[in-house]
Design a protein around this ligand. Structure first.
Ligand code: RB5
Length: 141
């Protein structure tokens, strides 16, 4: 199960990702927003992260204008490892090395096709473990 949320700046790419999740049969919870009215991104970051830390969802996706505000908010939640990125290499590596559990994307940075590509990589790449286990554990110190 994937938790997904956005503010007004990330609505378009969130909707594109949801279409992809539906196409691929991936179960998800859409925690809003669902209009272009201006809203406060920390509200949606907290809602998505709550689903992830509770274990109800394995991963979260957050979209705002840059992805930065969402990532700052998400990384304040204990147990969340959020990565804001805009390229495929980083999407792969943050799963393999950081075991990131929340992906943050910027709707004013990347287009819908790139957002879908990055979400697919994020959702389909496994953590490598090994030497990275200790480093990821240290993040919770
Ligand atoms: C909203 O205008 C914008 O500040 C927000 O979407 C995000 O980019 C914040 O980091």
């Amino acid at each position: 199960m994937v938790a997904i949320g956005c503010d007004h700046g990330g609505l378009e790419i969130k909707n594109a990702i949801i279409e992809e999740l539906k196409k691929n049969g991936v179960e998800y919870i859409d925690l809003g927003t669902n209009t272009t009215d201006s809203v406060d991104y920390p509200v949606y970051a907290k809602a998505v992260c709550a689903e992830v830390v509770s274990g109800r969802c394995e991963k979260g996706i957050l979209c705002c204008g840059t992805g930065i505000g969402m990532s700052i908010a998400a990384n304040k939640v204990k147990g969340i490892r959020a990565a804001v990125l805009s390229d495929a290499f980083s999407a792969e590596m943050t799963r393999k090395h950081n075991n990131s559990n929340v992906l943050c994307l910027g709707g004013r940075v990347i287009d819908s096709a790139k957002a879908v590509e990055l979400a697919n990589i994020f959702l389909n790449t496994e953590f490598e473990g090994g030497r990275h286990e200790k480093r990821v554990a240290m993040l919770e110190g």
